[in-house]
Design a binder for this molecule. Sequence first.
Ligand SMILES: *[C@@H]1O[C@H](CO)[C@@H](O)[C@H](O)[C@H]1NC(C)=O
Ligand SMILES: *[C@@H]1O[C@H](CO)[C@@H](O)[C@H](O)[C@H]1NC(C)=O
Ligand SMILES: *[C@@H]1O[C@H](CO)[C@@H](O)[C@H](O)[C@H]1NC(C)=O
Ligand SMILES: *[C@@H]1O[C@H](CO)[C@@H](O)[C@H](O)[C@H]1NC(C)=O
Ligand SMILES: *[C@@H]1O[C@H](CO)[C@@H](O)[C@H](O)[C@H]1NC(C)=O
Length: 251
Amino acid sequence: MLTRTLTISALLSVAAAQINLSASCTKALTTIATNADANACLTPSPLLPILTDSSASVVDPINNWLTSLCAAPSCSNDTIAAIVTNATTGCATDLAAIGYTAESTPAVSALIQQYYPTVRNVVCLKDGNTNCVTQTLTNIQGVLGPLSIQNVLALVAADTNVTLPANISCTNCLKAAYNAVNTEIPGLFTTDTVQNECGASFTDGATPAGISETASTKTAASQTKDSGALMLGVSSATLLMIISSAFAVFA
Ligand SMILES: *[C@@H]1O[C@H](CO)[C@@H](O)[C@H](O)[C@H]1NC(C)=O
Ligand SMILES: *[C@@H]1O[C@H](CO)[C@@H](O)[C@H](O)[C@H]1NC(C)=O
Ligand SMILES: *[C@@H]1O[C@H](CO)[C@@H](O)[C@H](O)[C@H]1NC(C)=O
Ligand SMILES: *[C@@H]1O[C@H](CO)[C@@H](O)[C@H](O)[C@H]1NC(C)=O
Ligand SMILES: *[C@@H]1O[C@H](CO)[C@@H](O)[C@H](O)[C@H]1NC(C)=O
């Protein structure tokens, strides 16, 4: 256990140095990454390869991660609040640089608690046996090349406008994701824009053929002892990347 924690800590330090995180922020992320409750519901260990090789595609690690995440129970609101409190407290100076102040923490925690079930349902959609995020990222790789951290950062830095063809942005998977988000957060997408890209049937609310919802409906009970390890910083960043790539399709 100690060895494992040290390894995680070493990996986190390397990752943290690359994006210039403070020591207290790295420490807070390590604490979260080794917290039993956070691990039980976020199951981040399949993402570790992303930390060790920034030139490899993230699609396989993400696929492996979602397979374990969707089978695992969901995080309780208490676990979410503890993660947000620990991260925002430990990373206070880092977050101050982007204008974040501690007063925002309760509101941020409530927002994450509110949208977490929808996000979890969306990232656990499957088309047949293929996870929808995996399918979508694989399609995007067909256009942009391998989605490695290096390549994605280069794309972001270049501020490239990527237009995805309709056979990538209007799949059954993304229609199901659109349905789920539109039900929970009405008005997030402009229907006209979506219909222009994908046709009127995309917004009819019907569940497309072959799509299933695979998220476990159990909620994680609180545990007492710490288990092995992981990397919440990367898992939430990656989650954000997945969600924004899915949503960017409609932007
Ligand atoms: C890293 O953070 C330190 C302290 O905030 C700052 O002085 C330094 O310029 C930063 N380096 C980079 C590469 O952003
Ligand atoms: C939050 O931090 C406390 C104090 O360091 C720690 O005991 C607890 O395990 C952490 N919880 C999470 C979810 O990170
Ligand atoms: C979790 O918190 C959110 C917002 O704070 C609330 O809407 C939701 O009902 C809570 N879920 C449970 C299971 O208590
Ligand atoms: C989308 O269409 C293009 C051009 O017809 C084709 O080369 C590509 O394989 C298609 N992609 C998918 C995911 O169907
Ligand atoms: C990308 O698209 C936005 C909105 O259409 C436009 O304002 C911006 O200049 C474009 N950027 C590039 C690099 O083409």
